[in-house]
Ligand binder design. Structure first.
Ligand SMILES: C[S@@+](CC[C@H](N)C(=O)[O-])C[C@H]1O[C@@H](n2cnc3c(N)ncnc32)[C@H](O)[C@@H]1O
Length: 184
């Protein structure tokens, strides 16, 4: 969904922050016509898997990097995405600022993450649970909190473009997602 929202083409460069094993970068470049895709992740193990996926594709690159300190030049990407990774960042505002720096003027950043307010607040309970039991978990946000962060980081035209908070989502129970977009 996020790749479709990004609407990038053959001459564009995409950044995936917290890319995990890199499936979304592969999907964007090999099936959705994005010219070049770069994925970064803090975990060496994830990047190792992502590099295996890269295979022969010359238009994909994966690097170990912290979302809060990106190793790229200013204005070097035409779009950026972050899927289910934002709640791990100790300073999400810093990460938003770093992505803003590396985007070219006018380029979009989409953040997809769990919505703490979903389904009568059930994700607030998950949030507390994960804060206790998963060391890398920092905080699930609500749509107003994430939108405010984009504004505080000085993105333009910030909007909540998608919100899903049904009890069932496919075979998953308690599905929850939100997508917030902002432009540099
Ligand atoms: C739940 S996974 C999501 C992976 C992928 N985006 C997806 O949708 O499948 C979260 C990822 O965020 C990464 N991560 C956590 N903190 C990070 C940081 N500060 N900078 C970059 N990546 C980070 C983790 O290593 C992990 O691979």
């Amino acid at each position: 969904m996020v790749v479709e929202y990004l609407d990038l083409g053959a001459n564009d460069r995409l950044l995936d922050v917290g890319c995990g094993t890199g499936w979304a970068v592969e999907h964007a470049t090999q099936r959705c016509g994005v010219g070049f895709g770069v994925g970064v992740d803090l975990s060496g193990g994830m990047i190792e898997k992502a590099r295996e996926r890269r295979g022969e594709h010359a238009n994909i690159d994966f690097q170990i990097a912290d979302a809060e300190n990106l190793p790229f030049d200013d204005d070097s990407f035409d779009g950026a995405m972050c899927t289910f990774s934002f709640h791990h960042y100790s300073s999400p505002l810093t990460a938003l600022g770093e992505v803003l720096r590396v985007l070219r003027p006018g380029a979009p950043f989409f953040v997809l993450d769990n919505n703490r307010r979903s389904f009568f607040g059930i994700y607030s309970l998950w949030d507390l649970y994960f804060r206790w039991f998963e060391p890398g978990h920092v905080r699930y946000l609500t749509p107003p909190e994430l939108t405010k962060m984009f504004n505080d980081a000085r993105y333009r035209d910030v909007e909540l473009v998608y919100k899903q908070d049904r009890l069932f989502h496919g075979k998953k129970v308690f599905g929850s997602a939100m997508i917030v977009k902002g432009l540099k």
